[in-house]
Design a protein around this ligand. Sequence first.
Ligand code: DGL
Length: 259
Amino acid sequence: MENRNNSSLPVGVIDSGVGGISVLRELVKLMPGEDFLFFGDSANAPYGTKSREWICETVLSHTARLKKRGIKALVVACNTATSAAISTLRAAYPEMPVIGIEPALKPAVMVKDHPHVLVLATPGTVAGEKFQNLMHGFEEKATVSALPCPGLMEFVEAGELDSPRLHAYLQEHLGPYLEHKPDAVVLGCTHYPFVRDAIAKELGEEVPILDGSLGTARETKRRLTAAGLLREREEGGSVIFENSIPEKVELCRRLLGQS
Ligand code: DGL
């Protein structure tokens, strides 16, 4: 049953920058009737090289601001922020659905029997307890390698999705995996789907590249439905972009595929 008091509020979506738009585009596709308020913290990016405490405090303060303005749920569209802050956020807002994202290891380990899965993520995500536990949980089913990619999100923040500089970065980092290629690659940072084509060019199109954006959107829909908060209406919803660097809003629109 739709909870009419709150269901008309937007869903808040946050990231350290513009990367969370890879999740936002799945949310919009799956729930076209919802309104979304996307906040990217590009002024403080990257989060992936900052301390857990700093990330927790920063994400809590952004959430408090969004909550005051009125959101009915929060999607933490950032693997790094999820790893550092999801339990703190859930404890702070027990009445609100708070959905996080984590590297999509589950579908990746199913590509074949005992595959080698390579996870690309930020240094913070790779070092975090959450990812270490996730990785150990799959240790009997797959060989999982983690490749921290400091500096990769910055290309996406700059709107540089296919430049010679980006390809040089990828060649350097993926080089050691080219002779014996992994059976699947997981993009464990929400910025990376925007450089998926460049990664595929370097790795070879035959390697499946997975990310957690659709899974997170599906989980959000499930949680909204369970809480009676899913907006059921005919007309399309709206997307509002906000960023701690206001000039980034144009890039956000471009990444979502709006002019
Ligand atoms: N988009 C973020 C993630 O999913 C991280 C980028 C960063 O701020 O380092 O991990």
